[in-house]
Structure formats: structure tokens, C-alpha cells
Write a protein that binds this ligand. Structure first.
Ligand code: SF4
Length: 116
């Protein structure tokens, strides 16, 4: 049995997931919590946020995030790839910073505008 706190809404229900019983979830107050608990037990994923270098004296870093959750096991390598990136302004919110991480179709995107 695995225990989690659901982070889907502020209520923070305490979930129990029974891996030996087809990942049955208990402690949830709604179906979103059931999906969250099952996902955490089977394959936990996260939206990754970080920053990358920018060739700019005014804004030397630009915040970025993945546009979909990625597996927790890939987070370290994904962040390491950002060390190799330097953006050249102008940068627009939503610009793709790294396309299709690990061939997954998930991109790192910029989350702010940076003018020249
Ligand atoms: S189980 Fe439902 S009500 Fe409880 S924290 Fe998760 S989303 Fe909110």
C-alpha cells in the first residue's frame, strides 16, 4: 500500500493506493483524486520548471517549463539539457526552447517575453 496526499485541489485528501489490488484508491473525495493516486503509483509525472541562459545583460535568465508532465525518472536529464541552451532575444512566451524531449513530443517552452 502506498500513501499520497492529493495535490489536485487545496483539500489535500490522504490517499491510499493498493498496488496488489489493481491500484485501487481509497481516501479520495472525488474521481480526480482517484486518477491522481493511480498515476502517482503507476508512473509519477511532473511539469518541470527551470530557467535558461539568455544573451542579454538586462535579463540573463528566462523561465521555462515543460508543456506537459514528464516522468520523474527523466527530470534530471531534462534539466541537464537546459544547461546547453542559450536564448537570443527577442523571446516570446510559448516559444519552444527544447523540442520533443527524448522524442516524447513534450517541449520546454518559454514562460515570458524578453525583448532585444
Ligand atoms: S481527491 Fe478530489 S477533493 Fe480530494 S484533494 Fe484530490 S481533487 Fe481535491
Amino acid at each position: 500500500m502506498k500513501e499520497y496526499i492529493c495535490v489536485v485541489c487545496p483539500r489535500g485528501c490522504h490517499l491510499s493506493v493498493d498496488e496488489e489490488n489493481d491500484y485501487a484508491v481509497s481516501g479520495n473525495s472525488c474521481l480526480r483524486g482517484e486518477a491522481y493516486g493511480r498515476g502517482e503509483a503507476k508512473h509519477p509525472t511532473r511539469i518541470v520548471t527551470s530557467t535558461v541562459r539568455v544573451r542579454s545583460a538586462v535579463h540573463p535568465r528566462c523561465p521555462v517549463k515543460t508543456d506537459k508532465p514528464i516522468g520523474k525518472e527523466d527530470m534530471g536529464e531534462a534539466i541537464r539539457l537546459l544547461d546547453e541552451v542559450e536564448l537570443i532575444p527577442p523571446v516570446r512566451r510559448g516559444d519552444i526552447v527544447i523540442a520533443s524531449l527524448f522524442g516524447s513530443g513534450t517541449n520546454f517552452i518559454s514562460t515570458r517575453d524578453i525583448d532585444e
